[in-house]
Design a protein around this ligand. Structure first.
Ligand code: SF4
Ligand code: MSK
Length: 671
C-alpha cells in the first residue's frame, strides 16, 4: 500500500464518487484514484526534462549546462515535447472532425441509415461563410458542397484552412504576419512530428511557433468543423433540462453508458433506445426499458441535444462500473481507460468498443458503420439487454443534480437579444458598465492527482462571487453540473450582485454549459462576436476574458489552451506543468515556461501559464480581467454599484413597508 494513500474524501469532493471509492476499497478493487496514489509521477519527465526522441536516449537533463547525447539543450527538448503533445491533441480533435465530415457527405448522398440534416438554418449559415451557393438549393446539395470543402481541409497543402476567415480581421492579419496561418490540418500535424524528430528544428521559439500553427489548425479548423457538422446533423443545442451524476442509473432498467467523444453513434443509440422493438426486447428480459446515460464528452453531446443524463465526468468511468448496475459501457474514442475491461470482469458489465480506431483487449467489439448505424445501435442495445439477467448486487448512489445545458453561441445570441434582434449587445454592455466584471471559460478534464472536481468548483464559485460570467465545456462542465451550479435561480445566491442582475433579467444561469471538448470552438465564436459587436476593442486579446483548465490531463487540453492563446486569450492551467523545469536545480530549465507566457503574450496578446494553487489562479484571473478593463477605459469593477434591481431584489423590497420600499427604489441611483 502506498505511503501517502488518500481517503475517498481527499480523492473527490463528489459524494457519489466517495461512496463508490469506499465500495472499491471494500471489494479490494483499484481505480485511477488508487493507482495515482501508488504511482508517483517521474519528476524529470513531468518537468519536461526528459527526451526520448531517439535510440541514443532517453536523455535526462538534470545538471546545469547538460545536453542530450545529440547536444540538444533543455529548452529544445521541452519545446519538442510540448509541441508533440499539442500535435497529438490537435490530431485527436481534428480526426473526430474528419469523421464528422465523412458522415455529412454520406448523409447528403442518402447513404447513412437513420441520419438526417436536422438544422438546415445552420447548414445555410455555415455554407454562406464560405460562399457556397445556397439559394434555391436542397439541403442535400448544400451539404455535399460543405462536406467536400471540409474534407479537403485535411489534405490541403497551401493557402489557409477555411474556418480561419471566421476569426476577427485583425487577428487574421496578425497570424499572416507571423506566418502561422495553418495551411492544411494534416500538414501541420505531420510537420510538427517532422520538426521534433532527432536532428531537426533546434530553436525552441521556432519550434513553438509551429505549435501555435498546429493548434490553430485544431481550434479554427478540425474542432470548429466538428462542431458545425454535429449541429447541422443533430441540431444546434438550446437549453433543456438534464441531470448529472451516478444517481441517474436506474435499478429497474437496462443501463447503457456511452463514453468517449463522438456523437455519431451515440445519437443513433438514443434513437434506438426509444424504438418500440428495443423497448419490447428489454421488457421481455424483465427490465423496464433501456436507460441511457453518458460519461465524458459523448455525455455532453447527447445531454445538450437530447437531455440524456450524464452519469459523470472522466473519473466517473470506473465508478459507474462499480455500481454493478451497468449492463454495457459503449465507448468510441478518447479518454477511455484501459482499466475498464479488467474492472468490468468483477461485475457483469460488458465493455463494447465501436470505433475502427479503438479496440481494447478483452472488450466486445461491435464496429460502427455510418451506412448502417441504426442497425449497429440496435445490435449494441440487444447485447446490453441480453446481459441484464447476469446483473448481481447493485449500489447506485442516490446522488444526482438537475442542470440546464445547451448554450450554443447561437442560443446565447438569441437569448440576449430575442428573435428579432439577436445580438451580443446586452453582454458587451453589461461588461462595459461593470455589471459583469469579465468572462471566464473554465474547461477541461479531471485528474486523479488532485481531488476530483475540487479545483473546478473552487475556481467557479469564487469567480461567480466576483461577478465573472462563466462558460464551461467538457468534464469541467459536468463537474459544475454535479454540484448544482448549472441551474438558474438555484445558484444565484452564490453570485455577485451585478452578474445576478443580468442573470435574473435575461433568465440564464451564471454558468453556461457550452458543450464538449471540440465545442471550445464555440467559445472562439462567442469571443469573435463580442469583438464584432463593438465596445470591447477590435480583437480578442482586448476582451476582459480568461480561459482556465484547472484539472487538465489530456494532450487535447494543451492543444485547446494553445489555440486560445494564439487567439489572444490568457490561459491558466492548474495541476503540474509539462515544461516547469527545475529552476532551483537546473538553471534555465524554465526557458520554455517563460517563453509561452511572456514571449507569447508579446507576440499574440495571449499567454499560457501553469498555476497549481487555485487561489493564485483566481487572483491572476481577476488581475488580468481588471487590467483589460482598464486598457479599454472601462470603469473599475465596483460591486457596490449593483444589486439594486433584478427579481431577487424586487422580492426583498416587497417585504418592506411602503416608505422604505420607495426610499430603496427611488432614493438611490442605480447606474
Ligand atoms: Fe537524447 Fe538527442 Fe536522442 Fe533526445 S534526440 S533522446 S536528446 S540523443
Ligand atoms: S472528455 S479530454 S477528460 S475534458 Fe472531453 Fe473530459 Fe478532458 Fe477527456
Amino acid at each position: 500500500m502506498a505511503k501517502d494513500k488518500r481517503s475517498p474524501e481527499e480523492h473527490s469532493i463528489d459524494p457519489a464518487a466517495q461512496q463508490m471509492l469506499i465500495r472499491a476499497e471494500q471489494l479490494g478493487l483499484g481505480t485511477a484514484f488508487s493507482r495515482a496514489d501508488d504511482m508517483a509521477p517521474c519528476n524529470i519527465g513531468s518537468a519536461g526534462m526528459c527526451c526520448k526522441m531517439c535510440g541514443m536516449g532517453p536523455c535526462r537533463l538534470t545538471k546545469d549546462g547538460q545536453t542530450g547525447v545529440c547536444g540538444a539543450t533543455i529548452d529544445t527538448i521541452q519545446a519538442r515535447n510540448l509541441t508533440r503533445a499539442i500535435a497529438a491533441g490537435a490530431a485527436a480533435h481534428s480526426d473526430h472532425g474528419r469523421d464528422m465530415a465523412f458522415l455529412l457527405k454520406a448523409v447528403a448522398n442518402n447513404e447513412a441509415e437513420g441520419y438526417a440534416i436536422r438544422d438546415v438554418a445552420k447548414l445555410r449559415t455555415v455554407a454562406a461563410h464560405y460562399h457556397i451557393y445556397t439559394e434555391n438549393r436542397s439541403p442535400q446539395d448544400i451539404a455535399k458542397d460543405l462536406a467536400e470543402l471540409y474534407i479537403s481541409q485535411f489534405g490541403q497543402q497551401h493557402g489557409q484552412v477555411a474556418p480561419i476567415i471566421r476569426a476577427p480581421e485583425k487577428r487574421q492579419q496578425l497570424w499572416k504576419k507571423r506566418g502561422v496561418v495553418p495551411r492544411g490540418i494534416d500538414r501541420e500535424v505531420v510537420e510538427a512530428l517532422h520538426r521534433t524528430h532527432i536532428g531537426d528544428d533546434q530553436n525552441a521559439e521556432h519550434i513553438l511557433e509551429h505549435a501555435i500553427r498546429t493548434a490553430l489548425a485544431d481550434g479554427w479548423g478540425g474542432s470548429m468543423m466538428a462542431t458545425d457538422i454535429s449541429d447541422i446533423l443533430f441540431g444546434t443545442p438550446a437549453p433543456l433540462l438534464g441531470q448529472a451524476n451516478l444517481g441517474v442509473l436506474k435499478k429497474d432498467m437496462v443501463n447503457v453508458v456511452v463514453h468517449g467523444h463522438e456523437p455519431s453513434l451515440s445519437e443513433m443509440i438514443v434513437a434506438a433506445s426509444q424504438d418500440p422493438e428495443i423497448i419490447a426486447y428489454a421488457r421481455a428480459a424483465g427490465a423496464n426499458g433501456v436507460n441511457l446515460s453518458g460519461i465524458c464528452c459523448t455525455a455532453n453531446e447527447i445531454l445538450m441535444r437530447q437531455g440524456i443524463p450524464a452519469a459523470g465526468n472522466f473519473l466517473h468511468q470506473e465508478l459507474a462500473i462499480l455500481t454493478g448496475a451497468v449492463e454495457a459501457m459503449v465507448v468510441d474514442v478518447q479518454c477511455i481507460m484501459q482499466a475498464l475491461v479488467g474492472l468490468a470482469q468483477n461485475f457483469h458489465t460488458r465493455i463494447i468498443t465501436t470505433s475502427p480506431k479503438v479496440q481494447i483487449k478483452g472488450a466486445l467489439h461491435i464496429e460502427f458503420d455510418e451506412h448502417k448505424a441504426l442497425t449497429v445501435a440496435k445490435q449494441i442495445l440487444k447485447a446490453a439487454i441480453d446481459n441484464f439477467k447476469n446483473r448481481g448486487e447493485t449500489h447506485i448512489p442516490d446522488v444526482r443534480e438537475d442542470l440546464i445545458p445547451g448554450f450554443s453561441h447561437e442560443y446565447i445570441n438569441y437569448m440576449l437579444g430575442g428573435t428579432y434582434r439577436a445580438s451580443f449587445r446586452p453582454l458587451n454592455d453589461a461588461i462595459m458598465t461593470g455589471r459583469i466584471r469579465g468572462v471566464a471559460a473554465i474547461v477541461g478534464c479531471n485528474n486523479p492527482r488532485s481531488s476530483q472536481d475540487y479545483l473546478h468548483t473552487k475556481v467557479v464559485r469564487e469567480l461567480l462571487r466576483q461577478d465573472v460570467l462563466i462558460v464551461q465545456t467538457g468534464c469541467g462542465a459536468i463537474a459544475s453540473a454535479k454540484l448544482g451550479l448549472l441551474l438558474g435561480e438555484a445558484g444565484l445566491d452564490q453570485v455577485g450582485p451585478g452578474l445576478r442582475e443580468v442573470c435574473e433579467t435575461v433568465g440564464i444561469p451564471p454558468v453556461l454549459h457550452m458543450g464538449s471538448c471540440v465545442d471550445n470552438s464555440r467559445i472562439l465564436t462567442v469571443l469573435t462576436q463580442m469583438v464584432e459587436e463593438g465596445g470591447l476593442g477590435d480583437d480578442i486579446d482586448q476582451i476582459p476574458a480568461v480561459g482556465l483548465a484547472p484539472e487538465w490531463m489530456s494532450e487535447k487540453a494543451l492543444a485547446i489552451g494553445t489555440y486560445c492563446v494564439a487567439s489572444g486569450a490568457y490561459v491558466i492551467f492548474g495541476g503540474s506543468s509539462p515544461v516547469s523545469g527545475m529552476p532551483d536545480r537546473v538553471a534555465d530549465s524554465d526557458i520554455v515556461a517563460r517563453y509561452i507566457s511572456e514571449g507569447w503574450e508579446k507576440a499574440y496578446g495571449g499567454k499560457l501559464e501553469f498555476v497549481p494553487d487555485p487561489d493564485e489562479m483566481i487572483r491572476r484571473t481577476l488581475a488580468h480581467i481588471d487590467k483589460k478593463r482598464a486598457a479599454l477605459g472601462l470603469p473599475a469593477y465596483d460591486p457596490t454599484r449593483f444589486g439594486r434591481s433584478g427579481d431577487a431584489r424586487m422580492l426583498e423590497l416587497e417585504k418592506l413597508p411602503l416608505a422604505e420600499r420607495q426610499a430603496a427604489l427611488y432614493g438611490m441611483s442605480n447606474r
